[in-house]
Design a protein around this ligand. Structure first.
Ligand code: PEP
Length: 248
């Protein structure tokens, strides 16, 4: 079921890209090119080592920042992990959890993703919870089962706190492949996700679309009633492209 049009949120995911010098150029171009808009929120999720750089550059600008992963644990013997409280110390507003490159590349289960979302909320961060079906699941007509399983794990863990999250639908077959879901395919999944969230009184949660979003397709995707913005990977590394998407 559709909901009235809300403001859009556009989140860049730099993935494991960047260098101090390249980031400085990119951040300067984004700050120079982006003007605050009441109907638009923009954020960048950067690699951990560049959080201080993002904070120093973006502080006082209308662009928020965040990280790409967080530990489900608060502290202790978890070598290599980073807690939500640590991210909060760097001024992060958002953190991605359950990106498919972590679900499929690092073995993150639905339960781990839900625990990470809970940890983020506990530190005052907004988790951007990523869900999406694989190509095999799409081809087998099983996208609904796949995304339902993923979103229900978060709903069951967070209950009413789901209302404080952001959801991102990222079909795995569209990430970094240049193959984008059609606006109608995205809308169908987003409407389904919103129905699942309704059970947790969280139907107003922003639901972003991610998967080869570009300036050329962002407008048509964002025009869908249940598409509340985008999670942008590769195109977020190009200032002009990302600014055009953010303004779409
Ligand atoms: C992503 O990394 O979340 C993503 C959607 O990547 P891309 O835009 O490159 O497909």
């Amino acid at each position: 079921m559709s909901t009235p049009q809300r403001g859009k949120l556009v989140v860049g995911n730099w993935k494991m890209n960047g260098s101090a010098a390249a980031n400085a150029t990119l951040l300067a171009a984004l700050i120079a090119g982006w003007r605050a808009r009441p109907d638009r929120d923009v954020a960048l999720c950067v690699p951990y080592p560049y959080l201080a750089q993002a904070r120093d550059a973006l502080g006082g600008s209308p662009i928020a920042w965040g990280a790409q992963d967080v530990s489900e644990y608060a502290s202790g013997a978890y070598t290599g992990q980073v807690s939500a409280a640590m991210l909060a110390e760097f001024g992060c507003r958002y953190v991605l959890v359950g990106h498919s490159e972590r679900r499929h590349g690092c073995g993150e289960t639905d339960a781990i993703v839900a625990a990470k979302a809970a940890a983020a909320l506990g530190a005052g961060l907004t988790p951007v919870v990523c869900v999406g079906e694989t190509l095999a699941e799409r081809d087998a007509g099983q996208w609904q089962e796949a995304v339902t399983r993923q979103v229900d794990a978060v709903v069951q863990r967070l209950g009413a706190d789901c209302a404080r999250t952001v959801l991102a639908y990222e079909p795995v077959w569209a990430i970094g492949t240049g193959r984008t879901a059609t606006p109608q395919q995205a809308q169908d999944v987003h409407a389904h996700l919103r129905l699942r969230l309704r059970g947790a009184a969280a139907a107003g949660v922003p639901i972003l679309y991610g998967g080869s979003v570009k300036a050329a397709n962002a407008g048509a995707l964002f025009a869908q009633a249940d598409v509340d913005g985008g999670l942008v990977g590769g195109a977020s590394l190009d200032a002009a492209e990302f600014l055009a998407i953010a303004g779409a």
